[in-house]
Design a protein around this ligand. Structure first.
Ligand code: GDP
Length: 335
């Protein structure tokens, strides 16, 4: 068998195993997608193409919030609840502060201990990386692979730090922000930018002495969102209080997620949204590739650092330097 035929044969076997729900095969496929090696990339693309008819059928939920707010506790409990309803749950954790060598795989398994032990759950961290697409380079593909493996709920977790939450919001259907009541300033810790992405805000740790403070925080979030949402007719974010630890309010939370998903699907907005996300992703990949190819060119590489130094020193304006780079790349300036 030729090398190409052999790899095609391997891909076919992998497709079958993934479709049969083999978690080891799914993990292998994700590793292929994450690999930087050219031959792995080729195999990954073939795999994704073959699996593509089986993707898109899950509810994709982003979950973000400040560290310590209770995201992993929530995902663990919500995941267990969903499994009890007969769902299959995949959890993809995007953590810009972790790297693969940092052993985050083990970390996630211990963070979501109950879920990790379940046969119908799959937990996978996305390694950080500063190359193509940054932290979320492969998370979109991983969502697709999980769907092809039969997971009908995909939870994408991200810490509310940096750009990762925007990137995650751009690859899910419903975005949940986990908040907690602050000391005095109820909205502390949640940036306006994060609020603007939210479809649902869950104020966590609402139990015992904390219920009243959580209710007050929820009121303040409602007020803030009411102001923010003015002028956005299709955005009606929902606020509720929950206790992930005590499994309180999680059914209501999930009902809201499903209701939002259903409304999007019924109005046709879901497919438009996913189509827009796919096109934006294509553009992003292409722009990054273009930039990488340009920077990799010998002439450009020589000038790039030089021009950056000049701009930094104030010897050249950013526009003039960009213009010069454009000329090296053979790009005509806009008219
Ligand atoms: P993450 O950093 O957002 O993933 O937060 P974790 O899930 O790790 O939770 C941070 C801390 O808050 C842990 O000590 C949890 O046990 C605790 N915690 C999470 N949810 C609740 C809750 O509903 N009530 C209370 N009282 N504590 C909680």
């Amino acid at each position: 068998m030729s090398a190409h035929r052999k790899s095609s044969h391997d891909t076919a076997l992998l497709v079958e195993a993934i479709r049969a729900g083999d978690r080891v095969a799914l993990a292998r496929a994700i590793t292929l997608v994450e690999s930087g090696k050219a031959e792995d990339q080729e195999a990954a693309q073939e795999l994704l193409e073959r699996l593509s008819p089986h993707t898109g059928k899950s509810i994709r939920v982003g979950i973000s919030g400040v560290p310590g707010g209770g995201k992993s506790t929530l995902i663990d409990q919500l995941g267990v609840n969903l499994l009890a309803q007969g769902r299959k749950v995949a959890v993809l954790a995007v953590d810009p502060t972790s790297s693969r060598s940092g052993g985050s795989i083990l970390g996630d398994k211990t963070r979501m201990g109950r879920l990790a032990a379940e046969a119908h759950a799959f937990i996978r961290p996305s390694p950080a990386g500063d190359s193509l697409g940054g932290v979320t380079k492969t998370t979109r593909e991983t969502i697709a692979l999980s769907e092809a493996a039969g997971y009908d709920v995909v939870l994408v977790e991200t810490v509310g730090v940096g750009q990762s939450e925007t990137a995650v919001a751009n690859m899910v259907d419903v975005f949940v922000v986990v908040a907690i009541a602050g000391a005095g300033d109820e909205l502390q810790g949640i940036k306006r930018g994060l609020l603007e992405l939210a479809d649902i805000i869950a104020v966590n740790k609402a139990e015992g002495d904390n219920v009243e403070r959580a209710n007050r925080a929820a009121m303040e979030y409602k007020t803030a969102l009411h102001i923010l949402a003015a002028g956005h007719p299709n955005w009606e974010p929902h606020v509720l209080t929950i206790s992930a630890r005590d499994n309180r309010g999680l059914d209501e939370l999930w009902q809201k997620v499903e209701a939002r998903h259903e409304a999007l699907a019924k109005s046709g907005a879901l497919s438009t949204r996913r189509a827009d996300q796919a096109v934006a992703w294509m553009r992003e990949i292409f722009e990054q590739r273009l930039l990488a190819a340009f920077k990799g060119g010998r002439r450009a590489a020589r000038h790039w650092q030089d021009l950056e130094d000049k701009v930094r020193a104030g010897d050249m304006t950013p526009a003039a330097a960009a213009h010069e780079l454009g000329q090296i790349a053979g790009v005509k300036p806009p008219k």
